[in-house]
Design a protein around this ligand. Sequence first.
Ligand SMILES: NC(=O)C1=CN([C@@H]2O[C@H](COP(=O)(O)OP(=O)(O)OC[C@H]3O[C@@H](n4cnc5c(N)ncnc54)[C@H](OP(=O)(O)O)[C@@H]3O)[C@@H](O)[C@H]2O)C=CC1
Ligand SMILES: O=C(O)C1=N[C@H](C(=O)O)C[C@H](O)C1
Length: 268
Amino acid sequence: MSCRVGVAGVNGRMGRVLVEATVQHAECTLGAALVRPGSAALGQDAGLIAGIGTLHCPVRDDLSSACADFDVLIDFTSIEATLNNLAVCREAGRAMVIGTTGFSPEQKALLQDAARDVPIVFAPNMSIGVNVLQRVLAQTAALLGEGYDVEIIEAHHRHKVDAPSGTALRLGEVVAKAYGRDLSEVAIYGREGHTGARDAQTIGFSTIRGGDVVGDHTVLFAGIGERIELTHKASSRMTFAQGAVRAARWLMDQRPGMYDMTDVLGLK
Ligand SMILES: NC(=O)C1=CN([C@@H]2O[C@H](COP(=O)(O)OP(=O)(O)OC[C@H]3O[C@@H](n4cnc5c(N)ncnc54)[C@H](OP(=O)(O)O)[C@@H]3O)[C@@H](O)[C@H]2O)C=CC1
Ligand SMILES: O=C(O)C1=N[C@H](C(=O)O)C[C@H](O)C1
């Protein structure tokens, strides 16, 4: 069955690539393309915004009326926009793929609650590589055992608004779980001044922002006399977009519930 995809925030960095990935997918069509209410882009063709030629799909700003034209909404926007879109999709019974990052625990609980009524894939990184890395990380931590200091370093473009990245936090959760720790108790978000010696239980995060870096993540296990560094580097946003469109098609066959990319990719 073909999946009619709605894309939110089509004039964003991810929105443009999501339009391209949707039309490239053999089992998906672009059902609706959304922009911010009152956006200057209103009425322009989604394909022209995406830079791939006309698709005869004018962008619109009323999600409620657009719901009739898509099965799954892919949303890589902002916290505020995603929560608004979530309420509309829940009311209309539309599935969602949510890639937006930076939610608080309370906001994540709202997503979880909506998943009682509609199927949702929510993942901070939709690339295959990062999701495979999560599995490798858990195995690495289990094999190494205690005695290795864990540090997570991430780098992104100058426009990114949240830190650490959603991916870095997820990688931290994976390592913390593998060591039987609670990330909220052991995370250190940057260091400054006289910090004292490192507490062995902590998981440190370092954030770099600059230029056009698409997204780099390194997890460092530093022991005595050796260290392991596991790195993923995204060189194109297409890797996230293709994962999101694959998730949208996968959601067509799912019942209401909260899923992530490891479900979509069969990595659980
Ligand atoms: N899960 C994953 O694999 C990935 C997740 N991301 C995440 O996706 C999100 C978007 O990233 P990116 O594309 O770089 O960001 P951009 O800022 O380029 O795009 C955001 C889009 O959302 C729209 N938007 C923002 N706020 C609102 C609002 N209140 N109401 C309506 N529309 C709104 C913007 O519209 P306008 O242009 O009019 O402001 C824009 O089109 C981020 O949270 C990022 O971390 C990014 C890459 C991969
Ligand atoms: O904002 C971005 O660009 C990205 N955000 C995601 C995150 O916060 O982890 C994923 C990716 O690294 C790009």
